[in-house]
Design a protein around this ligand. Sequence first.
Ligand code: PAF
Length: 281
Amino acid sequence: MIVVGKIETLREQLKALPRPLCLVPTMGALHEGHLALIREARRLAGPRGTVAVSIFVNPMQFDRADDLENYPRPLDEDIASCERTGVDLVFSPEAGQMYHADHSIVIRENRLSGLLCGASRPGHFAGVCTVVMKLFLLFRAEFAVFGKKDFQQLAIIRRMVRDLNVPVEIIGHPTIREPDGLAMSSRNVRLTSAQRADAPIIHRALAAAADLLKTGERNAEPILAAAKHHLGKSELLAIDYLSLVDAATLESVAMIHRPAILAAACFYGRVRLIDHMELSP
Ligand code: PAF
C-alpha cells in the first residue's frame, strides 16, 4: 500500500495505478462503517483496479473551532486499517497541501445546503463541496463511495456532480450500526460512557416513529410527535433538529406521498450526532 501526503507525489503515483479507480473520501478515525465503504470500493474497482482512501480533517467544513480541535486523528491506526482492508493508496495531506494560505475559491451549492444540518452549521456544505471537488479533480476517479448516514451530504455531492458535469459515479452505501442500533460515527468515541449508553435512543426513536407508517399514518405531525416523545425520554440529549423531509428536495413535508426522510440531529454536550430513516409510502 502506498501512503502519500504531497499532491505532487500523488499525481506521480496515480499515473502508474491501474484503472478503474474508486475513491473513498474520509476524515479518518476509521470505523467499521468506513471499512464497509472500502469493501464496496474494492467491489466497484475489481481485483485489478485501484482503491484509494483520502484521510483529511477538512478545516473548511467545521463551523466550530472546538469540534475541529477535538476531532479524533488516529492516523497510524487508520493507515493500518486501510492496509488490512486491501486499500492500494492512502492520501493523507496536511491542511497546507490542500489550501493555499490565500485560497479564495469556494464551491457552494445553493438549494439543499441551507436546510437541516446546513441550517445549524453555516458554511459546512461549502467546505464539504470544495474539498470533495478538489479530491475529484486530483484523483479523477471513476467511482467515489460515500456513506448514506450523511444523506444530506450525499444529496449535495450528487447535485454538485450533476450540475458541474463531474465525470465520476457516486455510490451511496447503507449506514452501518453498532449492535445496539447507534449509527457508527467517528464522533461516537467522544461520548462519555453514560452518553454512549443513551445514544441508541436516537435510532429507536426514529424507528418507532417510522413504524407508524405501517399502521397507515401518512401525516407528518403524529410521526414527528412520536419521535420527539421518544427522544424526550433521554435526560442527556438535546435535539438540534427533528424533521420529516422529501427525499429529493429535502424540504419539509406535511404528508408522505413520495419517499421521505425522517432525520434528527442531537447534541450530547458538545458532540453532535445525526441519524435518519428512509420512509416510503
Ligand atoms: O463525510 C466525511 O467524512 C467528510 O465530510 C468528507 C466527505 C470526507 C469531506 O471532508
